[in-house]
Design a protein around this ligand. Structure first.
Ligand code: CP
Length: 311
């Protein structure tokens, strides 16, 4: 029995078994034609998705909205605390209860780890974590895995470098957890000392069969990997701006260093300066494809979750 049919909320990728992930990736593959054809299906006609974005987003919010609309459903919501009554002092709990009354499922992004889980405990509709602070970003991981499988052919036997902000980067936390479900994976951790992968994530990874290696420069690992997964140094997570300025620009990928290599470059985006613009027009650039893959993958997630949990 695939557990995904019993899953009500998507809070952490750690709630997934490999077969749950494979189910979503297969469903996404089937939905790719609808996503690309710009057609509208009627799978979720009459359903409403509530988008509660307390923290800024371009890709996650827009792709959830696009996915819901392509499935024939509709969206309501806000894109910052400032455009909701939270700015007048309303609690997150009261706001969530309002959305529960208006929507068939909720998508939540918040700067604090644990907010999606908290809301999932007080509402009856499915809740999807769209990024909680430095915690998890499970639906990003599903689209990352979809991209890897499409571009490389398989996820087993993967050699991937996670580069940049491994401390606060929720996408690399979720992705590391998910890769633990696959065979013969090697992860190279490349970060400044101040932004190393947190102990709790390393603890989880060390319980799996993943081979973990640490490196201090991209040059050390570039000939060994299938994927360079680059992340932004997140200015908004630093209390002290001087600490951010010391680290900013620590790892930059450009076209010259990629020439002759057999790899792809991924990035959850947004990027600042960590991937030079001259990579955009090369075969190595898979970060824009990765962002576009969000639509079939999030369509698969919404279809599965909303159909299996009718209000
Ligand atoms: N990848 C991602 O989460 O991007 P946004 O912050 O724009 O949603």
């Amino acid at each position: 029995m695939i557990r995904i049919f019993e899953l009500k909320n998507i809070i952490s990728i750690k709630d997934f078994e490999r077969q749950d992930i494979e189910y979503i990736l297969d469903e996404a593959s089937k939905l790719e034609d609808v996503a690309k054809s710009r057609e509208i299906s009627e799978e979720l006609k009459g359903k409403i998705l509530g988008l509660m974005f307390f923290e800024p987003s371009t890709r996650t919010r827009m792709s959830f909205e696009t996915s819901m609309k392509r499935l024939g459903g509709e969206c309501i919501g806000f894109e910052s605390s400032g455009s909701s009554s939270v700015s007048k002092g309303e609690s997150i709990a009261d706001t969530a209860k309002m959305f529960e009354g208006y929507s068939d499922a909720l998508v939540i992004r918040h700067e604090l780890e644990g907010v999606s889980k908290f809301i999932s405990d007080i509402v009856d509709v499915p809740v999807i974590n769209a990024g909680d602070g430095a915690g998890q970003h499970p639906t990003q991981t599903l689209l990352d895995l979809y991209t890897i499988k499409k571009e490389i052919g398989e996820i087993d036997n993967l050699k991937i470098a996670l580069i940049g902000d491994l401390k606060y980067g929720r996408t690399v936390h979720s992705l590391s957890n998910a890769l633990g479900l696959y065979k013969n994976v090697t992860i190279y951790l490349v970060s400044p000392p101040e932004l190393k992968m947190p102990d709790e994530v390393l603890h989880d990874v060390n319980k799996t069969n993943i081979t973990l290696k640490e490196a201090t420069s991209i040059e050390e690992i570039i000939d060994d990997v299938d994927v360079l997964y680059v992340t932004r140094i997140q200015k908004e997570r630093f209390g002290d701006i001087d600490e951010y300025l010391k680290i900013k620009g620590a790892y930059i990928i450009n076209k010259k260093m990629l020439e002759g290599k057999d790899l792809i470059v991924m990035h959850p985006l947004p990027r600042i300066d960590e991937i030079d613009g001259d990579v955009d027009d090369t075969k190595y650039n898979k970060y824009f494809t990765q962002a576009a893959n969000a639509v079939p993958v999030r369509m698969a997630i919404l279809k599965t979750l909303i159909k299996n949990n009718p209000k």
